[in-house]
Design a protein around this ligand. Structure first.
Ligand SMILES: Nc1ncnc2c1ncn2[C@@H]1O[C@H](COP(=O)(O)OP(=O)(O)OP(=O)(O)O)[C@@H](O)[C@H]1O
Length: 709
């Protein structure tokens, strides 16, 4: 082809491209105009105060819709899918309806079923689609677009490769960003998976587990709007991590969410100290659930006669009757739940006994009165017939109490301090803190109720300080659940999230757990208690596990909680860490004892990882110098430092303003560049190779290491 023809073709292509960009701009303009109109309308509606509960519920819905639309300033439209029948659909962060009643939506919400083909159509399985287009916008302006024909003329395992690589190459901000525009096929499968029953998602570092987990929350809330009333609980490994993901959910348009770590799940109880790994492992075992149940059952009263005093008279509820009452009250109930039923039943029995005795007494009095009247009548009959006509004799004064009298009596008995004090002595209310301390501090009690532990383990537990460590919280939660609330706690607050966070026994509609490989068996139990329906999504990497439990497979990790009733999904491509760095991880993983291969990296950064050997004396200054260089190279991005625990304090002093974390605390986080310090010492710690695997995989661009000689 002559050169000038090529030039003409390129010019034509570029003219067509410009024309298509202009067309997309028109559509984006229309979508923004409509979105702004809807927002104005919502503002006006929300200005009128709600009159009743129905209106309040509607207002809450409108507030959510307003938040969704406001957050969609970026990415109002990010994609388009053209069907073989020439139907064109635009996709965005939220749905934008057509201005006309019956018109097709201007923009389809990415979570809607009609949007699915955008994420899953392939040349092999085009699902009736001809082309996928990724549209890049900046605010209200279309910047560019990238087309992927689905006719097999271009094959890539990635969906929207250009847009994805652009997103992955961007500078990190310290906040996770949304990936709705570039979700990949295997990720989308997890996002939209059936929400019935537990789903465990295994994925190596940087495979998008957090991305998937958060987009799944947004998808579920969109697909099942009723979930918003119960809420979704998101559990992450640390407050720092929760902060890192904090912006994503509002940006995805979701507000019905409570986020927590396992250490903040129990209202009013917090972690007061660090603990030894050995103790954390012992206290994380599933056997405690049974042990605590046995201990709790031992605190129930034994059947015996109860003697109650009412208005100076003694009433006895005999042993057979208390045995029956205890048995019926305890079945399937917590300690305090059973206590409340028992007390109610005893109060009823006392009321019946008082009524019966009072009626018997009245009957006797009546009999006596009748005898008296009869004598009286006998005296006066012959002179006067008044008694017969007065109605003052016999059955008119029958001594029976009315229904109202009995109800009043029941209330008085229920409020009576004396009766309540006797019942409290007989079946006392218990305090969870005191009971757990009583058990944990006493080797004899531990031997009696948790016999699975060895003598040495019991000794270690009883010798701990009397303050709470992280592994105590699931025990506390389990015991609090077995005991139940002595006074029902109905959390207050305008928003679902306030009420849910305040109530230990709030039941969520769905729970998402990130870095789920870290959970101990008792922590899994704690999570399940908050979601008895088991609608749970757990994402994690069993090879990144650093917690003291000994699980090396998901089967081991979750079988105590779920038995065999859970499904597993896999994510296999690493989006975060460049190939050059991932090449270092295979050997580390093998040293960690894993049978798995690291995930395949999707991109190269073009920068080889480097290392520098320094003396102990040089370390602080060299670390500061390296951070300065990396920060200059990744200007506008972020540099993070990972070091062994014992070096953190000194390095934090030397590197003010730079995150300096242990491998555990870096879990889930990422930076443009990582400076890894003294890797051998990280590897030497318990589960240290797993920690090093985490540390190596935190960077999106560059890894530097300082080795101490
Ligand atoms: N489909 C996607 N589109 C754009 N960015 C993505 C996509 N998937 C993952 N990423 C990016 O890749 C990085 C890693 O994702 P994420 O943190 O979810 O991985 P992870 O599996 O949880 O990693 P780790 O277990 O190592 O913490 C993040 O920056 C995330 O935004």
């Amino acid at each position: 082809m002559p050169l000038n023809n090529v030039t003409t073709l390129v010019a034509e292509d570029s003219a067509a491209h410009t024309g298509a960009t202009a067309q997309e701009q028109l559509i984006l303009d229309e979508a923004f105009a409509r979105r702004d109109g809807i927002l104005q309308h919502l503002e006006a509606e929300l200005a009128t105060p709600a009159q009743d509960a129905v209106e309040q519920a509607r207002m809450r819905m409108l507030v959510r819709r307003r938040a969704e639309l406001q957050h969609a300033e970026q990415g109002l439209i990010f994609g388009r899918i053209d069907a073989l029948d020439a139907t064109v659909r635009h996709l965005g962060r939220v749905g934008i309806p057509s201005p006309s009643d019956n018109g097709d939506p201007l923009v389809i919400d990415w979570r809607a079923p009609a949007a699915r083909a955008f994420y899953t159509a392939t040349p092999v399985d085009p699902q009736g689609q001809a082309r996928r287009r990724h549209i890049r916008t900046q605010g209200r302006t279309v910047i560019s677009f990238e087309d992927e024909p689905l006719d097999g003329s271009r094959a890539s395992e990635l969906v929207g490769e250009g847009a994805l690589l652009a997103a992955l190459g961007e500078r990190r901000t310290g906040q996770m960003s949304t990936a709705a525009a570039t979700l990949q096929r295997e990720q989308d499968d997890v996002v939209r998976a059936d929400s019935r029953g537990p789903l465990v998602v295994q994925g190596g570092p940087g495979t998008g587990k957090t991305v998937v987990a958060l987009h799944r929350v947004a998808y579920l809330l969109f697909t099942y709007p009723k979930l918003a009333a119960q809420g979704v609980l998101v559990i992450g490994p640390s407050p720092r991590f929760l902060d890192y993901i904090g912006q994503v959910l509002p940006a995805l348009g979701e507000t019905a969410i409570v986020s927590a770590t396992c250490d903040t799940l129990v209202p009013g109880v917090g972690v007061e100290r660090l603990e030894q790994r050995e103790l954390a492992e012992i206290k994380g075992r599933a056997l405690w659930q049974q042990g605590l149940a046995r201990y709790c059952a031992s605190r129930l009263p034994q059947p015996a006669g109860v003697e109650l005093l009412w208005e100076g008279e003694r009433y006895t509820i005999d042993e057979t009757q208390t045995a029956r009452t205890i048995a019926s009250a305890t079945s399937g109930r917590s300690y305090h739940g059973a206590r409340a039923v028992f007390i109610q039943q005893v109060q009823d029995q006392l009321t019946d006994a008082v009524v019966a005795r009072s009626e018997a007494t009245m009957a006797q009095v009546e009999d006596g009165l009748e005898d008296l009247l009869r004598d009286f009548d006998a005296v006066f009959t012959h002179t006067d017939n008044r008694a017969a006509s007065s109605g003052a004799t016999g059955t008119d004064v029958d001594g029976m109490l009315t229904e109202e009298d009995i109800e009043l009596l029941r209330e008085k008995i229920a409020d009576d301090d004396g009766v309540n004090a006797t019942l409290q002595r007989w079946w006392p209310t218990l305090d969870t803190t005191r009971e757990l301390r009583r058990l944990l501090d006493d080797e004899a009690l531990l031997e009696q109720w948790v016999p699975e532990l060895t003598d040495a383990e019991r000794g270690l537990i009883a010798g701990e300080p009397r303050t709470w460590a992280s592994s105590d919280l699931p025990l506390y939660d389990a015991l609090a659940d077995l005991l139940g609330d002595a006074i029902p706690n109905n959390g207050q607050g305008e928003f679902m999230s306030d009420r849910a966070s305040a109530q230990r026994d709030w039941v969520y509609g769905h729970v998402v757990i990130d870095e789920a490989q870290e959970l101990s068996e008792m922590q899994w139990q704690m999570v399940m208690r908050r979601c008895p329906s088991r609608s749970i999504t757990a994402v994690g990497d069993i090879d990144q596990a650093e917690a003291p439990h000994r699980h090396t497979t998901w089967q081991e990790a979750v079988s105590a909680a779920f038995g065999d009733r859970w499904t597993e999904a896999q994510l296999s491509i690493c989006y975060r860490t460049p190939m050059e760095v991932m090449a270092l991880t295979g050997a580390v993983l093998r040293n960690a004892g894993s049978q798995n291969e690291p995930p395949r990296a999707v991109r190269a950064a073009g920068i080889e990882p480097w290392e520098l050997s320094v003396t102990e004396g040089e370390l602080a200054a060299e670390a500061a110098r390296a951070v300065e260089q990396l920060s200059a190279r990744w200007k506008g991005g972020m540099v993070g430092v990972i070091a062994p625990m014992e070096r953190l304090t000194a390095l934090r002093e030397a590197l003010p303003g730079t995150p300096v974390l242990s491998a555990s605390d870096a879990k889930g986080l990422e930076w443009d560049a990582t400076l890894l310090i003294d890797a051998p010492s990280i590897a030497a710690a318990p589960r240290g190779w797993n920690g090093l695997y985490v540390a190596l995989t935190r960077c999106t661009q560059e890894l530097g290491q300082l080795l101490v000689r």
